[in-house]
Design a protein around this ligand. Sequence first.
Ligand SMILES: [Zn+2]
Length: 502
Amino acid sequence: MSLRVYNTLTREKELFEPVHPGRVGIYLCGPTVYKPPHIGHMVGPVIFDAIKRYLKYKGYEVMWVVNITDVEDKLIDASVKLNVPVEELASRYTHEYMECLSLLGVDGIDRFPKASEHIQEIIEMCTTLIEKDHAYAAEGNVYFDVSRDADYGKLSNRKVEQQESGLREVESSGKRNPSDFVLWKAAKPGEPTWDSPWGKGRPGWHIECSAMSMKYLGRTFDMHGGGMDLLFPHHENELAQSESTTDQPFARFWMHNGLTRIRTKSKSGEWADEKMSGSIGNVVSARDLIDRHGADMLRYFLLSTHYRRPIEFTDEALANARKGLAVFQRLFERLERITSKPFPTEGTDIERAAATMMETEQGPLVRSIIGFKMKFLEMMDDDFNTAGAIAVMHEMAGEINSFIEKNRIDREKQPEMIEAAMAATMTLRNIGGILGLFRQSAARPQAVESGLTDQLMKLLIQLRADARQQKNFAMADAVRKGLSEIGITLEDRPEGTIWRRE
Ligand SMILES: [Zn+2]
């Protein structure tokens, strides 16, 4: 099976072949750390984390770099407004960003270079561009000369006349053309500055990403990712200045993820989609969402939409995702009841079981699960279609459930049937692992999420059991009802009462 990836540069799905055989380099534009991370900041990392896991599954060695923009206009503005030094603000929000990544299971990022630690590389790049006559210095600033780059606009398909980038920088002095963009900015009072051949100053935003990506991944690397909103001017400028510096192709595949959108009701009562961004004021804090919905569920939600499509943030969509994920959790629980053991984190995959089972009564299940696994891999090979891959996982769960029901499998008998159901479910769990799902104890993620919650729940379940024993049914019902109001369901089973979040 061969992997095809949509390339914004060519507007086509292309066969993926890495620059260096067996190795893949990925660069994803990271956050400007001037405010707490919102859910939009997590979309790219979650998607590329799944992409990296899949590439590793396919046998590639992957190097993934996400930058931290800690020198930028917005950060400096926020620092002035809050009267907090730039470094302190940047370090606070970098910490929060990392914390959210770690909660969401994004653990594949190999390097987090900071702009402030790569000033030397940035100055060298500016110097080269000036030497090659692709850039010019004026009044302490350095600008990229767009008129010298015949290719300019090839990524975003814009003509120079359509650009607005220059208009927002009216204060920039010495610019030859409005569409030229800044590589180095002359110092302003109160801003962080560094010495340079053009006097004290600081880098512009676009060049930071070029310098850091090429430093860690080489002049030409495989994948460059970011949100759709970065396509222009940020990525167009990155591409222009990088290729003008090296005379070599910069990123082979440009990959853009859809933006998070929130549905809002207008005054006239109509629903409208809005892009979610820091400025609109409808931003949902990543940390709040993780606390409210659980990290595994949020990860599942983000991967349930194909990465190039916008992610619609509505209560309904979140509720659907919760229901979707619960299907798998219930299946794992079902196997736990049948085997009277916690569902293992590792076990025999269906292919290994196939050798002994293919010619038995379990043969049809084995064949169909192998077929579903192939379909899952085909989905991932088709431009990392995680939404399609998750749909296949649901088909698989349905197949396993009906196998259990049809054969009336229970804990006492049919060890071969149980073994087949286990191997099928293990396969499901393993392919979910390629997407980074089911990281926590599969059946009861809530117990692992917080030891304290689990202890409190045990205490409440015991109190309710005591109340019932004393025939205080009003009290027992009040406990169940109260928990239900906060979204917790109790389920009485022969082996005891368990709880789950709705
Ligand atoms: Zn960038």
